[in-house]
Design a protein around this ligand. Structure first.
Ligand code: HSE
Length: 407
């Protein structure tokens, strides 16, 4: 029997305990041992529940118990998750976490400590929830030079954008609905401002490149400025707007960003709707492959944590090489990347088209009835070029990067 501890009995932590219980026999078969949850660290008591007697409030009980071979961290946030995970690894215990903030901020150090103590620090559940993507990048795609990773990596914002697209709701109304359904938190900033997606694409980029990525170097734009009017145009154009996290590796340079992007019906991510996630990986031999599924939620995320537990516990005394080194990757500014641009402008197309084309070059014009504005779609240009040109145009109401060609 192997004894483990779960830190944080919230949605994912309670899911881990449930998966370990429901799939007990098959997990025992795969690891060769029965897994027993000895402790659950939480601030609350849970009286009258089956886990009541496992609850501890003091982390040192877990840290100092030599019987605990593995710790699951599902608390979220950095404090106290970071010091607790660090101390667990230093005490020679494997750690599996679903905490992308922790992995993005301290992954390099925690991976190093895990290697030094011949244990594992695994984090499959930190990106894409239940979708296997981190381990496939290491194993199944080991022979590939990864050229691009682009994904819908946040279920909450994808739900909001899907609602706006399908029902014409405003951002505020769709956000309220996402909150009522429990997708979005009361303080939705991390999701809607793109920070969650930024951390996830930073982790995927570090894995693909094999080097540390500083997530603060990744250009990040959320969805709070996307409006129902943008979706009216998108409908007329047969397109949609999705929040993408993307990193593109070309000629030794890595560009990464998080931003809403207008995509067409041919794009493989177009049909990734509601709270689902989808991740495209382009390899130099493979071409494009797509991972799709539940990017959040109790049992899908818990399933990924349990898979990490099985992998770690199958490898006692052995550190599985899976991570990145401490050489910080230079992430280039978005300025060098090329997009088309969807731009909404004040006034009438008849009166302004010539002036707009003199600045932006050839454009497609999109007009909707009863509006005091129109929209244009530019040809492809770099972000730097667009920024320079846009300074010379008055009355810009919106600008959304567009990638309308299929991948
Ligand atoms: N808030 C995240 C999302 C949870 O909506 O995708 C999963 O990481």
């Amino acid at each position: 029997m192997i004894k483990v501890a779960v830190m944080g009995y919230g949605t994912v932590g309670s899911g881990v305990v449930e998966v370990l219980e429901k799939n007990k026999e098959l997990i025992a078969k795969k690891t060769g041992h029965e897994i027993f949850v000895k402790y659950i660290l939480d601030l609350r008591e849970f009286p009258g529940t089956p886990i009541e007697h496992k609850i501890v409030h003091d982390f040192s009980v877990i840290e100092k118990d030599p019987e605990i071979a593995m710790v699951v961290e599902t608390m979220g946030g950095l404090n106290p998750a970071y010091p607790f995970v660090k101390a667990s690894l230093e005490a020679g215990k494997h750690v599996a976490t679903s905490n992308k903030a922790l992995v993005a901020a301290h992954g390099t150090e925690l991976l190093r400590i895990a290697a030094e103590h011949k244990v594992n620090f695994f984090f499959e559940a930190s990106v894409g929830g239940g979708i296997p993507v981190i381990r496939p990048l290491y194993t199944s795609l080991a022979g590939e030079e990864i050229e691009e990773i682009t994904g819908i990596l946040n279920g909450t914002t994808n739900y909001i954008l899907t609602k706006m697209d399908k029902t014409g709701e405003t951002f505020e109304a769709a956000l309220r609905e996402a909150q009522d359904l429990g997708y979005a938190e009361r303080n939705p900033e991390a999701d809607v401002e793109g920070h969650d997606t930024c951390r996830k694409i930073s982790i995927l980029t570090a894995i693909a490149a094999g080097h540390e990525v500083n997530y603060e170097h990744i250009y990040t734009e959320g969805i709070t400025k996307i409006t129902d009017v943008d979706f009216e145009y998108a409908q007329a154009m047969g397109t949609s707007v999705k929040l993408l996290g993307s990193s593109r590796m070309k000629n030794g340079k890595v560009h990464a960003f998080t931003a809403p992007v207008m995509i067409g019906k041919d794009h493989p991510l177009y049909s990734v709707s509601d709270a689902y996630n989808g991740i495209l990986v382009k390899g130099n031999m493979l071409g494009t492959s797509m991972f799709y599924g539940s990017g959040a939620g109790k049992l899908p995320t818990a399933s990924a944590v349990v898979a990490d537990m099985i992998e770690a516990l199958k490898n006692p005394g052995h550190h599985v090489e899976m991570g990145w080194d401490d050489q910080t990757l230079t992430v280039s500014d978005l300025g060098g990347l090329s997009f088309r641009y969807f731009v909404r402008l004040k006034g009438l197309a008849d009166q302004r088209r010539k002036e707009v084309e003199e600045v932006l070059g050839k454009v497609e014009v999109i007009e909707l009835e009863h509006k005091d504005e129109f929209a244009v779609l530019t040809e492809t240009m770099t972000e730097d070029e667009y920024r320079e040109k846009a300074k010379r145009l008055s009355g810009i109401r919106q600008r959304i990067r567009a990638e309308l060609e299929s991948v």
